[in-house]
Design a protein around this ligand. Structure first.
Ligand code: SAM
Length: 578
């Protein structure tokens, strides 16, 4: 370390109140030897000591066609091979020889990341680097500048890890730099990271990089840098460590639309709404509103899609707000299922087995911090979504009690949601009680097979005659389609009188499109007709169960139904009657 300090001082670096030391775990860092005041320069480095991309390229012109990282990594590896004859020897000599990023993990260590986002990405990242290294080798083997035999994959990987764990943006010294490039600043890279630490990096008179304190630092305290608002995933990949309860942590969520039969149409709509970015970052207390907006489009049924696209570009089609109860409930259900799936994979992981060495226990510690953070963010997000679901269900029930039934299809009807909806917090801590409350509200609001079979004995008897017990579960959609026809005969007495009044009058271009499904529905009609009109079953008289009625009820079902998971984890269908 002394040699490094001398090299810095000889070359004009200043850091009068800084001492290099190790903490109780042996990690190197910088400590204040005297109090440091806000705005005081902690350290300054003459830019001639920078290892920049530009410098590396000047020394390695044969790598012209390769990217920034490849050039910088090759330069660093080359300087390390030069040993004492390198100008940077004193600096390279203090660099860690092992940086615990997942790129260096053994198979056993990698197994601890199984099921996480990182677990999927590391191998492909390594392959990419290996290809890049092969390219470098191909190019340098023709020149004399580089000690090709010494340039091993292990050395190249080390250089890549040094760059990811110590680099600063090249933009600092080259503001016109349009690409994202990196540069190494000896000394300035000796400070450890603390999230939200107040500190600034300043270029002085184009020849000096200064680290300036943002707050008071007592003598003896560690002086921290701020590597930026980095998640644990970024910190682990780039730097090989994680921060417990990292306030800048996130979980990455990618909306998957490829299976949707209306994928192209929805992607076009998302593009026109400037919502085509499918990758989102969920934070501890924040779900990006763009993700909710995007999911509203992705869960649209055909009727909602057609009607939404027809709306004039006005406040009416503001997708940043709920566009209808069905759509919103479907969106929240889809989102909560996505979160649950991600969470379950993490909860089902095996515990960290096979920890032997100190290195392994350090890796396991970091992996655990990362995974615990992911679990916590997912659980919080789930709680936020459930609380939104409760609000929307309560509002819907209230509207239904006040007979505020809008026109079909239920899309872009103004929903009066209070401000809590967008600011829903996670102040409750018992997720199970919220699931039960949600289930009760869903049960009160929706028309489900369980419910109609309970309240209508005649219908229930007939359905039990037609369908076996197992089929009643798997054919919930058919049963509800039959129920729509059945109940439309008794509108006056119906519990959902207002809904049926609106539904029987529904006849617009959308229902006409259903004529295209005529053949498919005729087949269904021919299959059902002998069963439902059977005099022993007595569900329908022959004249009631017509093909037109089946077209109408199938259409209403598709417009109004949602699929949801009840408290017993059973997948159910329900008709949202508003
Ligand atoms: C730019 S260096 C910082 C100074 C460093 N300790 C060194 O090796 O000179 C970045 C490395 O320091 C360590 N580091 C920085 N901040 C840390 C933190 N808050 N917790 C744990 N390790 C940290 C990590 O190993 C990281 O790869």
């Amino acid at each position: 370390m002394d040699e490094f300090v001398n090299w810095l001082i000889e070359n004009g670096a200043t850091f009068p109140k800084v001492k290099f030391d190790k903490d109780e775990d042996g990690m190197g860092g910088c400590y204040a030897v005297q109090p440091i005041h806000p705005d005081e320069i902690i350290a300054s480095l003459p830019l001639k000591l920078t290892i920049s991309y530009k410098l590396a390229r000047e020394h390695l012109p044969m790598l012209d066609l390769l990217g920034c990282r490849a050039v910088l990594a090759t330069f660093l590896a080359h300087e390390r091979l030069l040993g004492k004859s390198s100008f940077y020897y004193s600096y390279i000599n203090i660099l860690p020889t092992y940086i615990p990023t997942p790129l260096m993990y053994t198979e056993q260590e990698m197994s601890w990341l199984r099921g996480t986002n990182l677990g999927y990405g590391v191998e492909s990242r390594k392959e990419l680097l290996k290809k890049e290294f092969d390219e470098v080798l191909k190019v340098v083997s023709n020149g004399e500048f580089i000690n090709v035999n010494g340039l091993t994959w292990e050395l190249y990987l080390w250089a890549c890890n040094i760059i990811s764990s110590r680099c600063f943006p090249n933009k600092l010294i080259d503001p016109d730099d349009v690409e994202v490039k990196e540069a190494l600043f000896p000394l300035i890279d000796s400070f450890n990271h603390k999230p939200r630490q107040k500190i600034t990096w300043e270029i002085h008179e184009k020849n000096e990089l200064r680290l300036v304190a943002g707050n008071y630092i007592e003598a003896g305290q560690q002086i921290y840098n701020n590597y930026g608002a980095k998640s644990n995933e970024e910190l682990l990949v780039g730097y090989g460590f994680c921060i417990p309860n990292n306030p800048d942590d996130w979980v990455i969520i990618k909306a998957n639309i490829s299976q949707d039969p209306q994928c192209d149409e929805k992607l076009d709509l998302l593009t026109s709404l400037e919502l085509s970015e499918l990758t989102h970052f969920i934070k501890r207390d924040h779900i990006p509103s763009a993700l909710l907006s995007q999911l509203r489009v992705l869960v649209m049924n055909s009727a909602e899609l057609i009607h939404f696209k027809k709306l004039p570009e006005s406040v009416d089609n503001n997708i940043t707000e709920p566009i209808g109860y069905r759509n919103e409930l479907a969106m929240l259900e889809t989102f909560s299922n996505l979160l649950k799936m991600k969470l379950e994979v993490l909860l089902e992981r095996e515990e960290f087995v096979g920890i032997g060495s100190a290195r392994e226990s350090e890796t396991a510690r970091n992996c655990k911090i990362y995974i615990d953070g992911q679990k916590e963010i997912l659980t919080n997000a789930l709680a936020i979504i459930y609380s939104k679901e409760l609000i929307i269900l309560k509002t819907a029930l209230n509207d239904s009690k006040l007979s505020r039934i809008p026109k079909l299809p239920f899309v872009c009807n103004k929903i009066n949601i209070n401000n809590d909806y967008n600011n829903s917090d996670t102040s409750f801590n018992d997720i199970n009680s919220i699931i039960l409350a949600k289930d009760d509200l869903l049960d009160s609001l929706l028309i489900t097979t369980d419910k109609v079979m309970k309240i209508d004995k005649k219908f229930s008897r007939a359905i039990n005659e037609i369908f076996s017990k197992e089929l009643i579960d798997s054919e919930q959609d058919t049963i509800l389609i039959l129920y729509l026809i059945y109940e439309s005969q008794y509108i006056e007495k119906s519990e959902w009188k207002l809904f049926f009044e609106v539904a029987v009058k529904y006849d617009d271009s959308y229902i006409q499109q259903y004529e295209e499904k005529f053949q498919e529905l005729t087949d269904l009609y021919n299959e059902l007709q002998p069963l439902v009109c059977n005099p022993d079953v007595k569900l329908f008289d022959k004249d009631v169960f017509s093909i037109d009625k089946l077209i109408w009820s199938t259409c209403i079902f598709e417009i109004c139904s949602i699929s949801f998971t009840n408290k017993n984890e059973k997948q159910c269908f329900g008709i949202a009657p508003l």
